[in-house]
Design a protein around this ligand. Structure first.
Ligand code: UFG
Length: 342
């Protein structure tokens, strides 16, 4: 019988790619999502159960109906900058929601979970690349919520919970087949913003800080292709322990690119000039975040297929052009399609 996996946040950017990877591996993904950040049209590989992770009755209905073998939990708020200004919103969604999810899972006898964690748990690291045993020391409420959820998973082993937390570095790119991609509203991530500037959908890209202790003064990040991230979730299900445990793996590419490196790569890929504007540093941004993912490579038998930044940007560029056409066609955006013939 095909195993059903409930994917919270499965209508979002990473979640939708996870659903596609699950379906390709022979699972049935059921998306549980309140569509606050996700999109109905990204739910393409199984049913959508509309609901909020803070609502135990709605979660119970979903579990009763679909009888999942495991849960992949991605639902959550993701903007580190916003979390500094609105911590209550983040603790409510990310911590209360996750606690409600775990308790409801256990009530239904579901004891396997893959949790979407973040490099933000490390805060400003002592050195890079960062291994998993680096101290957990978040520097913003978003990172704290992820660290708290990992702690919950550790403490809940006493109830028999088996878990793997995946600490994502910077998810990038889009489905190589062109079926899915990144569509946040508002968009805060570097690559889609840079590509919007390349497309003329915004006038320029703000460079948040150019006095960091890095070779060109801008922040360095580790960009990992979203489909490679998705594959690691499927691999996590297959290596889940038989006994209660809480493990964590970094998912990154091990290479660091500065903000200016990303702008230059996007100029290469799009063959367009991208205007930049120097701005003050964004609060809560560590100068360098680069993963040591050796543990994930070995334990998950996982390897990246698209580590190259130009490939990641090319996939994102193709998606942005397709999405722009779709958005304009559905008249959600009163902007002329700048990309339709591109
Ligand atoms: N940046 C700019 N201009 C922009 C947007 C971003 O200069 O308009 C810079 C940021 O300051 C940062 C880098 O580009 O230095 C990447 O920023 P993103 O917002 O794309 O991503 P973050 O590194 O802030 O955060 C992402 C995820 C988090 C995750 C983190 C882990 O959104 O959830 O990666 O590395 F925790």
């Amino acid at each position: 019988m095909t195993d059903t996996i409930v994917v919270t946040g499965g209508a979002g950017y990473i979640g939708s790619h996870v659903c596609k990877a699950l379906a390709q591996a022979g699972f049935r993904p059921v998306v549980y999502d309140n569509l606050s950040g996700g999109h109905r049209h990204m739910v393409r590989w199984g049913p959508l159960a509309m609901g909020d992770i803070r609502d135990p009755a709605s979660l119970s209905n979903c579990f009763n109906r679909y009888k999942p073998a495991a849960v992949i939990h991605l639902a959550g708020l993701i903007a580190a900058g916003e979390s500094v200004k609105k911590p209550s919103k983040y603790y409510d969604n990310n911590v209360r929601g996750t606690l409600t999810l775990f308790d409801t899972m256990l009530h239904h006898g579901i004891d396997r979970i893959v949790f979407s964690s973040s490099a933000a748990v490390y805060g400003d690291p002592d050195s890079t690349p960062i291994p998993e045993h680096h101290p957990i020391r978040p520097v913003n409420p978003y990172g704290h919520t992820k660290a708290m959820c990992e702690q919950l998973l550790f403490d809940y082993t006493v109830y028999g919970l088996r878990s793997i937390s995946l600490r994502y570095f910077n998810a990038a790119g889009a489905d190589p087949d062109g079926e899915l991609g990144e569509s946040h509203e508002p968009e805060t991530h570097l690559i889609p913003l840079v590509l919007q500037a390349a497309a003329g959908l915004r006038s320029h890209i703000d460079i948040f800080g150019d006095q960091y202790p890095t070779p060109d003064g801008t922040c360095i990040r580790d960009y990992i292709h979203v489909s490679d991230l998705a594959a690691a979730h499927v691999a996590s299900l297959s290596i889940m322990d038989d006994r209660p445990s809480a493990r964590a793996f970094n998912l990154g590419n091990g290479m660091g690119y500065s903000v200016l490196d990303v702008v230059r790569a996007a100029e290469r890929v799009t063959e367009r000039r991208i205007p930049t504007r120097r701005c003050p540093a964004r609060p809560g941004d560590p100068p360098v975040l680069v993963a040591d993912s050796a543990h994930a490579t070995n334990a998950l038998k996982w390897h990246q297929i698209h580590p190259d930044i130009d490939t990641q940007i090319a996939h994102a560029w193709r998606w942005l052009k397709a999405d722009n056409v779709r958005v304009n066609t559905s008249h959600r955006l009163k902007k002329p399609s700048l990309l339709a013939t591109d």
